[in-house]
Design a protein around this ligand. Sequence first.
Ligand code: NOJ
Ligand code: CA
Length: 698
Amino acid sequence: MKKLLTLALLAAAIEMSAVSITSPDGNLLLNVDVDPQGTPVYSLEYKGKPVITTSKLGLKSKETDFTGGFSIVATDTTTVDRSWQPVWGEYSTVRDHFRELAVDLKADNPDRAMTIRFRLFDDGLGFRYELPVQSGPNYLTLTDEITEFKYTGDHTLFCIPGDYDTDEYLWSETTFSGLEDALKGYHRHSEAQRVDGLTIQTPMLIKTTDGVYVNQHEAALDGYPAMLLDVDPQSYTMKSHPVPDRLGVRAYLQMPFNTPWRTLIVSDDARDILASQLVLNLNEPCKIEDTSWIKPMKFMGVWWEMFTGNQKTWAYSDYNLAKPGVTDYTKLTPNGRHPANTANVKRYIDFAAKHGIDGVLVEGWNEGWEDWASFRKNRQFLFDKPYPDFDLPALRDYAKEKGVKLIMHHETAANAADYELQLDRAFRFMKDNNYDAVKTGYVGAIIPRSEHHTSQWMVDHARHVIERAAEYQIMVDSHEAPRPTGLCRTYPNWLAQESARGGEFESMGGNPPSHTCILPFTRLKGGPMDYTPGLFETKMSYYGEGKDSQAGTTLARQLALYMTMPSPLQMACDLPENYERFPDAFQFIKDVPVDWSDSRYLEAEPNRYITVARKDKNSDDWYVGAITDDKPRVAEIDLGFLPEGEYEATIYEDAPDAHWKDNPQAYRIRTVKVHPGQKLSQKLAPGGGAAIQIKKIR
Ligand code: NOJ
Ligand code: CA
């Protein structure tokens, strides 16, 4: 009897332990509890309707599980309202306003303690697991994370397939019930580690059957693998799938440890998803004290030549080290198709200097590319050994004299362990030669420790590179690194990342116009992308192989991307000779800023269209970018954001007969007087766009 009573009291205590908080504006309601097995659970409502129904929380390890037997021993609720100033970005000030709920959990036999910290913002939820020092094991071999996201219906999903090594895919627009078929349609990269089953990547976007948008991702990914999502289409449930190493271990953890935040950005207005700063808000403040050396910039590159024409190569010679008998690396003979040569780089420096472009990236400048085709990794890239036709001292002096910065390239071919060994020498070499920005790359799936591109070891590697770079005052643009999760707030020298299918795919079959209408809703929520806009010649031949490729864009749309794909590091990707053919349109690329003090999302629908206005951080000028998918559209641009005054707008637009496929280079430029509150109806061609510069004249 006594035992029954105790049990009843305990049950009552557990029931009483359920706790709820609302977002500051009251639109979101979060409930947290433990179920009868002592498993922590949560649910989320938006404007009175469920978004996530009761979903489990917890971590599993070889040593002990943090999934059941828990009771809530304490809760703590606070409200925080503060602001911070990013070094660069879409806004000069970001408000960080949330209600926080910390739920302390304890379990017996064995003793375990865990806190789950929730932050509920007006625009969504973040939560993470915090493991304090335990009375039991303090080193965990994490085997799984059981975090669930149970949705409420057969919603629309915008996603790419789960993969441990790459995210360079086109996006599917499907539903829970259509996911299996959608994933079957993917052509998978041969070297990447495909994940069987219905697994997708984050960031991803959901549009619920009642028209609520949810971006699902993570924030502050550090010391832990990236998250994929296993989808059960019958129950509309997603479960976290931390990327394992080749032994199946998800992570090696030492207490105390906090996981990254799991994030849900929620709104019934698609524009709010684009404007949300939730992922950045959940990251730690800037760790770099003096940030004066971090400079947003535009750059060109000895780069596109290799993608588009006449068999140009990154390598200096045609040796293919995969061929038997090729062993003497000192006998490399030039192939004559190597654009990273002194004369050609000077040509780019001259062009950049003439047009006020800040930097010139040079790829294929260093020894090691002969091994590229073989992937045998028997000879590594050397990051302080220029090829004989790349006269670094001369180019260093020439660039300096012309006021242009050379941008370094470190392609590691995924040999990240070797890169770590060379890192200090490589960064010192950069500084000695007046470089202060580097593009890194990790092409290929083979990593010496047999890990994956997004498993714990590579997440640690990326953080290590950024921290070391900051010590040398070096800015970084990483390609093929783990998807960004807002760490650029903490390390603003991390100017941009690729981590999605970029503009380079225009030369490999093309990106459909919808591609850049979904990336801002998904990939960009983690941080800026080095998408490489500015493509004026939209027909090309891939690697000069004679295969034609047609870009999914008009010329005017390429200008709009500078606003719709915001980044403090923007490329003008095309060849100088293509810009010389369209000097009036190139003027926009010369003028457009890369750092903003304010941004207003005027119109948005995922995969369909985006219209955004942004204010230059260093002047009173505003810029508007509007893009559409493959259908024509009239963007309604409400100039209500302009302060009092008279303005002149220079409009770069698709000509009336423009079309991404048949007539991509048909554009017009016109200048009109505009005033605050005016509404512009701006026509966009199929696959087109418009870019508008608005200057105050009175
Ligand atoms: C892939 C990168 O995305 C691309 O930009 C680069 O040129 C090549 N790797 C070579 O490193
Ligand atoms: Ca890439």
